[in-house]
Ligand binder design. Structure first.
Ligand SMILES: C[S@@+](CC[C@H](N)C(=O)[O-])C[C@H]1O[C@@H](n2cnc3c(N)ncnc32)[C@H](O)[C@@H]1O
Length: 257
């Protein structure tokens, strides 16, 4: 078995305990369900622009091979498949993979779900099988080592492939919003879901991407309006939730390599 430096078994155990709730919009993963529209709009727009796809097509992602690292129950993997991509979902929680497989089968979606780390899949891929796109959505803040996760994600990509990350910034605001309010006051998430010290500022994420031979090309904030109960994208406010996308360098050189 290929060892992964990115994996924190205690984090995987947390998600394993909640595996039956992946598709309940009011359950343990309610914040991810609420964030879905804004993050999917952003992912779709970035992919359409990067790969010159037709945004008017319902199956706009047809022709792309996408791997969703830390896919959980497949909340983002499924929309990728519905938009026409050939999708692979990876997670180390057997319960999450089982929930993802059951849900995809019920919806008639052919998604290749595997209980494996990015490092394990990378070890078995030929160069010609590497992916056009790797997603790591809300996973960095649960990884043992974000830089290792970026390296493993990059190793799944073909040169010119796109890495898309969503995660949490390490600021006073993110402590208050994601932990004090989200977990302890409102109980949107189980208390203990997040450790603030594992949150990553955007510049540190960009550095980890560059060190993995991925050049960051865009970043955006996702902000929550508790009154209107809506998420929206912000070009300027990356203080709590944010997304960053990068493109794998074609010469395959990592910084310091
Ligand atoms: C907050 S959930 C996000 C799920 C999904 N990406 C989404 O946004 O809907 C984090 C998931 O990442 C998985 N995970 C954490 N660390 C991982 C790693 N190093 N490799 C693969 N999966 C990991 C967990 O088991 C969990 O299912």
């Amino acid at each position: 078995m290929q060892m992964s430096e990115a994996v924190d078994p205690a984090e995987i155990a947390k998600f394993e305990r909640l595996a039956s709730e992946w598709w309940d919009p009011n359950g343990a993963q309610a914040p991810l369900h609420a964030m879905q529209p804004v993050r999917l709009d952003y992912i779709r727009a970035q992919l359409v622009a990067e790969f010159g796809l037709d945004p008017r097509r319902r199956r706009a992602l047809e022709g792309l091979r996408i791997v969703d690292i830390g896919c959980g129950g497949g909340l983002a993997t499924e929309p990728m498949a519905r938009m026409g991509a050939q999708a692979v979902g990876l997670d180390l929680s057997p319960g999450a993979i089982s929930a993802a497989q059951t849900h995809a089968a019920a919806g008639g979606l052919a998604i290749d779900y595997r209980c494996a780390s990015a490092a394990e899949l990378a070890a078995e891929l030929e160069d010609s099988q590497r992916f056009d796109v790797a997603l790591a959505l809300e996973v960095v803040e649960h990884a043992a080592d974000p830089a290792a996760l970026m390296r493993e994600a990059a190793s799944l990509l073909r040169p010119g492939g796109m890495l898309m990350v969503t995660t949490l910034n390490r600021t006073a605001k993110s402590f208050i919003a994601a932990i004090a309010v989200g977990e302890y006051a409102m109980r949107w998430l189980e208390p203990g879901t997040h450790e603030w010290r594992k949150f990553l500022p955007p510049d540190a994420l960009a550095e980890a991407m560059r060190a993995a031979a991925v050049e960051p090309v865009d970043r955006i904030g996702f902000i929550y309006d508790p009154v209107g109960r809506r998420w929206s994208a912000s070009e300027t406010d990356l203080s709590i939730n944010y997304a960053m996308v990068g493109v794998k360098r074609t010469d395959n050189t990592a910084l310091g390599a």
